[in-house]
Design a protein around this ligand. Structure first.
Ligand SMILES: [Zn+2]
Ligand SMILES: [Zn+2]
Length: 365
């Protein structure tokens, strides 16, 4: 079938919105009509050449839609199901899957720019087009492995559901699943974009007492307050770490870095108190490295954790996030700054680059 999609042909160039050919779903795959897709920073790393997967590629990994058709052997969903796309489709049986950490399973031995069998379903004439994170939802339709399409209740609005698929799960999950923020604790969140705001509301849900939000932009700090931050620090004024240490009598119990930048990861570590936990949520460029004091690690017993996709068990947690939203316990509407049609995806990325928005959503109509 013919589908309109946004293709990344080379870094530092606008995405090309054009018509591609999409194959039929093969064994274990589903065809999803995309309703909405979030404009997330991870795709932008590819557009800026900071991550270098094979190109050309259809980007997009934060999506929701409706199952249109299923391939042979599909048992987990059926046509008509509303689904949130899971960008870590997994195998179900390896040590990570059976051990409760499915996000660490790659699904198959093939790179995650291909379907599990190592081939692609997207083509432009004779050119194969790769699938970003086995999702590729900057398109009207996508083919994904069945474990990558998680059915959710149909009263969940599809224009908001996409955000559960990355930023909500990543942020809330980092607080609840990865760091396991405790009631009454102090929390620091550096970076108040789509993911950082969700770390803040995850910490709020977990019962944190003090939540300190750090960003350089005034509009993002205002969002942070709305999502549950009790204190805000404008990092453009400098001395962020010193101010956190002063405010918390020596450092927070839980620090989160939600930007993906070595300098702010080092700041988050330093602002963590003795015995505390620092969790890296932000996704840095491939060549960025951190430096921290080696001696400090044993002497402070600080824990450094990585959190990918909020340490999600997507088939358990994505429906749970939807329930929390439907019960009014998670703010998602407030995250949505703008809607754009797919044709305006490059405008949407300019707005992200300028820090104008909490989150923009592409609607495929
Ligand atoms: Zn994302
Ligand atoms: Zn597995």
């Amino acid at each position: 079938m013919k589908v309109k999609a946004a293709v990344c042909y080379e870094p530092h160039a606008p995405l090309v919105v054009e018509e591609l050919e999409l194959d039929e779903p093969k064994e274990g795959e589903v065809l999803v009509r995309i309703a909405s897709a979030g404009v997330c920073h991870s795709d932008y790393h590819v557009m800026k050449g900071e991550w270098n997967p094979p190109l050309p590629m259809v980007l997009g990994h934060e999506g929701a839609g409706v199952v249109e058709k299923v391939g042979p052997g599909v048992t987990l969903s059926q046509p008509g199901d509303h689904v949130i796309l899971n960008f870590r489709p997994n195998c179900g049986w390896c040590k990570f899957c059976t051990g409760g950490r499915p996000v660490l399973c790659n699904g198959a031995s093939t790179p995650r720019w291909f379907m599990f069998d190592g081939s692609v379903r997207l083509h432009k004439g004779s050119t194969d087009i790769h699938h970003f994170a086995r999702v590729a939802c900057f398109a009207e339709y996508a083919i994904v492995p069945q474990s990558g399409a998680v059915p959710v209740r149909k009263d969940m609005p599809l224009d908001k559901a996409c955000l559960v698929g990355c930023s909500v799960m990543t942020g809330v999950g980092a607080a609840i699943n990865t760091a396991k923020v405790t009631p009454g604790s102090s929390v620091l969140v550096i970076g108040c974009g789509g993911v950082g705001l969700n770390v803040i509301q995850g910490a709020r849900l977990a019962g944190a007492d003090r939540i300190i939000a750090v960003d350089m932009l005034e509009n993002k700090l205002a969002f942070a307050r709305e999502f549950g931050a009790t204190d805000i620090i404008d990092a453009s004024k400098g001395e962020t770490v010193e101010r956190v240490l002063d405010m918390t009598d020596g450092g927070v119990d839980f620090a989160f870095e939600a930007i993906g930048y070595s300098k702010t990861i080092e700041q988050a570590y330093t602002a963590t108190g003795v015995g505390g936990t620092m969790t890296v949520v932000g996704m840095a460029p491939e060549d960025d490295n951190i430096t921290i004091s080696a001696l400090d690690i044993p002497r402070t017993e600080k824990t450094i954790k990585g959190s990918w996709y909020g340490s999600a068990r997507p088939w358990l947690d994505l429906p749970k996030m939807v329930d929390l939203y439907m019960d009014g316990k998670l703010q998602i509407d407030e995250m949505v700054s703008r809607y754009y049609p797919l044709d305006e995806i490059n405008v949407a990325y300019d707005a992200l680059a300028n820090g104008e928005v909490a989150r923009s959503i592409l609607q495929m109509n």
